[in-house]
Design a protein around this ligand. Sequence first.
Ligand code: ACM
Ligand code: ZN
Length: 746
Amino acid sequence: MLRILSAFSLLISMCFFSQTKLNLIPYPQKVEFQNGEFVIPTSFNLSNNLPVNETEYLKNKLKLKFSNAKNQDAHLLYSKLENQSKPNNEAYSIEISSKQIHIKSYTDQGCFLAIQTLIQLFETQKNGKIPAMKIEDSPKFAWRGMHLDVCRHFFTIEEVKQYIDYLAMYKLNTFHWHLTDDQGWRIEIKKYPKLTQIGSKRKESMIGAYVDDTFDGKPYGPYFYTQDQIKEVVKYAQDRHITVVPEIEMPGHALAALSAYPELACTKGPFEAATKWGVFDDVFCPKDETFTFLENVLDEVIQLFPSQYIHIGGDECPKTRWKECAHCQALIKKNNLKDEHGLQSYFIHRIEKYVNSKGRKIIGWDEILEGGLAPNAAVMSWTGIKGGIEAAKTNHFAVMTPGAYCYFDHYQGDPQTEPNAFGGFTPLDKVYSYKPIPAELNAEQSKYILGVQANLWTEYILDFKQVQYMIFPRLFALSEVGWGTSKPENYKEFENRVVEHFKILDKMNINYAKSIYNISGKVIPASKGVSYELSTSQNPSGIKFTTDGSEPTSNSSTYQNPIPASKAMNIKSAYFENDELKSAVSSQNFSTSKTTGKKITLEHQPSENYSFGGAFTLVDGIIGNVKQLGKTWLGFQGKDVVATIDLGEKTNFSEVYFNTLDNKGSWIHLAKSATVSISDDGKNFRTIKEIGKEEILSTKGKINIKLGNQNAKFIKIKVENAGIIPAGNPGADSKAWLFVDEIGAR
Ligand code: ACM
Ligand code: ZN
């Protein structure tokens, strides 16, 4: 995956609302409270007509004694409603009186969803009592999905079943199983045994942040699911009314398949399953042999998965090999295709025709729109919402999974307090704020938005405990967004329910992120240098801090006003409730200099996604952290950094320093040159030093320019962008990114 990391924007809601009465997630569409209470009995009597599967589920989840009873004596009574002309299969109602709980639904699925509501009412009740009420409920969106990548890292069927259970608990209904990718083929295909014999292993795996490019040296695999195991998972999901949508990637992300069957590529190979994360040039070659192979694979996949949709990937397929392949070029000519993008479209159309002939439909990532969408295809909109909009406007269904809101491999708190993640910043309130229907669509077009899904790519997710951590509590937000009862303007009320559901996760021994308790820090200019302002979405009097590098305790200073950071120092902060540490400890180093907190202007503004705190970021006293691309750095695509700093008065200095990044995989290149000029009036500048590419290369981006003794009021720094990315690099011919963190002077 080659995503440029999205902005690290802190949106802290500071409003407080009183707690809702019911601790339900997702919150039901309609709740009417009535007089009275249902007291949870020691022996819970069930009516005989409850669906068997749903009864079993309930009995397994609630630690109560159960027995059967006639309708009038049952604590839990069920009525199956007559089918109206077109009932919502997922609709249900629950009436709770002091004597009885009565579930009504059209289908067993509706009953199952009602039982989830009931279990939550039991688990979050106070004093063994549930208020009398009537709940009428049904989801807004038909597709409420979670994806799991089992290729970058593998998870056992027991773990996959747990994952499916989490979906069920929170009324999600679709499990998107990402089964094939460059780094491993994970599904047994009887006709092609080498796919799992060879393609389910890799030599080693990349470790650490992507920029480090280091490997663990440990063979990984063979890891795959047998067809019997797959059937077991599909049955397990069916019992929970969850549809499993398998994904078989094509034409890109195919290296593991090509390692087993190199004859399906444009060039001879040999190939091996990828050990790095990213996007690779060797992809399926659209020859007849490849289509036969893929059709045979899909035959077995269709047998195993009863889902209406089969996900065929389609994303991130470089055209490098196709451009140089005689077969591919001849195919483009023969079919009058415009170019390689036309060939991608040809590929997807041909696969769609096959899948349709088996009575199924295809869904694919945004890029299946390239060169024209196949007639019945649905789009999974991930690079943003454009793909979904385009699909809906042309009467194609779309599932919304935009990276900025729905990629759960992003950080959900300050990266310094989190396990290593892909990057980006998608905290709970960001997920909760998502509205799946794009504003651009009218009512008719909106019907094509099938729903919403979150994706969990596992490059940096090494075990199942970390899977839990990445999805919780964000899955709660997704659940309510998909159900259609989210109220981002009442985020705080939602957060109160989230905290109640942490207790359920605790009981199940599920690991989850406590980032909502974390302290946010913001640097603000002060009369001398800068100050550090701390905030929390919780009770502000719970913030404790230290400035001497020691760990904060409940006895540390209570935060009241912004903390002056006029010298180099380390500020540590944490959130406490009743003397108990609730958050991670946030730590911020300040490295102040003669520019810190001074007035700065930029000739060109940074790109929107990497504009963090604007120009001020470059004089906020914080040296950039490579793990926080969106936070402490400003990013400029194709533009120079031209910064003028007003020191306020004539000042002595003898060096200027800053860092720039080198991460060619993400199109980030070192600067070409750097120039320092000075002035006393801010108008007439005199260049005093220029350094070139060689010198910058030799510093690996940690630039320190010695100037001799200088005295001036203004310093101007020009850092020259590398320009157009040269051939042979990722993103060749595109504009390079230039990242700068802090411009200091001593
Ligand atoms: C994707 O994230 N490459 C769909
Ligand atoms: Zn080819």
